[in-house]
Design a binder for this molecule. Structure first.
Ligand code: NAD
Length: 265
């Protein structure tokens, strides 16, 4: 299966969804979707690579998103995340997020697994979201990972837990850290039991999330990869739909459950 995608010559993106895939979606009993930073790109949330602009251009994300980086320079890491949190707060869900809400309503069983920490799927209306990498809006103690909701603004950066005095940090999974066990287990279970798996806007290099599409495919699911370009390392046997997820996902849903365009009559 291969989608036929591209610019229609008038600046609009055209996506042809293979008829075989339309049938597969319509018949699917359990659809799993794995999303990555590309899904939020059209909402104006930069991917890690794109986030290195302006003030932050001189830093490697690996040097900002690790426990060691926080120990070396907690103020720098806190401020980088405060900047990213402000970007996320201003962002709005895009048509790709909306299409996934509709897909959840159309199929008998649906599981959305996200590597994103921006909460945009929930804001769009997705009901069941497994957050593999945490959520940037939450804060936890550096010492023991307990979530903290309130603290006094004393001017100290980062602030401290009012109960234990531990420095506070964002509740996201940093490079080199373990994923939350219940979320990973639920994601693995979904991957092994689904009949259709969509991998959307992820480079497929950050483990263990990158293994999920292959686990699903090995268990017999149809694998569809939606990305700006073909990422063959995900799986050469996958159906690749190239294009922005804010265009491809609505096209996919529209192809499976066509809604008549309103005419003038
Ligand atoms: P990534 O940056 O490694 O890859 C993004 C992928 O999305 C690329 O393959 C790119 O070609 C593709 N892409 C870009 N724009 C797209 C679009 N409009 N439509 C479809 N595809 C598009 O991101 P990743 O694979 O998610 O892994 C990086 C890690 O960084 C993740 O673990 C995630 O937690 C974290 N992160 C999250 C956010 C967020 O929450 N929005 C932002 C930055 C980084």
């Amino acid at each position: 299966m291969q989608g036929n995608d591209g610019d229609d010559g008038e600046g609009r993106y055209r996506v042809d969804i293979p008829a075989e895939l339309v049938e597969t979606i319509r018949k699917a009993r359990h659809v799993v979707v794995l999303t990555g930073a590309g899904t939020s790109a059209e909402s104006g949330v930069p991917t890690f690579r794109e986030a290195q602009t302006g003030l932050w251009a001189q830093y490697d994300p690996q040097e900002l998103a690790t426990p060691q980086a926080f120990q070396r320079n907690p103020r720098l890491v806190w401020e980088w995340y405060a900047w990213r949190r402000s970007l996320v707060a201003r962002a709005q869900p895009n048509p790709g997020h909306a299409a996934l809400v509709e897909l959840e309503q159309r199929v008998p069983q649906f599981t959305l697994i996200t590597q994103n920490v921006d909460g945009l799927h929930q804001r769009a209306g997705s009901q069941r979201v497994i957050e593999l990498h945490g959520n940037i809006a939450r804060t936890k103690r550096f010492d023991d990972h307990v979530v903290v909701e309130k603290w006094k603004e004393t001017g100290e950066v980062p602030p401290r837990c009012p109960t234990t005095g531990s420095l506070l940090r964002p509740d996201v999974v940093w490079f080199g850290e373990m994923l939350p066990e219940p979320a990973l287990r639920a994601a693995m279970d979904a991957a092994t039991t689904c009949d259709l798996f969509l991998s959307v806007g992820t480079s497929g290099v950050v483990q263990p999330a990158a293994s999920l599409p292959l686990i699903a495919q090995q268990a017999g699911a149809t694998l569809v990869v939606i990305n700006l370009d073909v990422t063959p390392h995900v799986s050469p046997r996958a159906c690749h739909l190239c294009g922005p997820s804010g265009v491809v996902l609505p096209s996919l849903v529209q192809a499976a459950w066509p809604v008549e365009e309103k005419g003038d009559a």
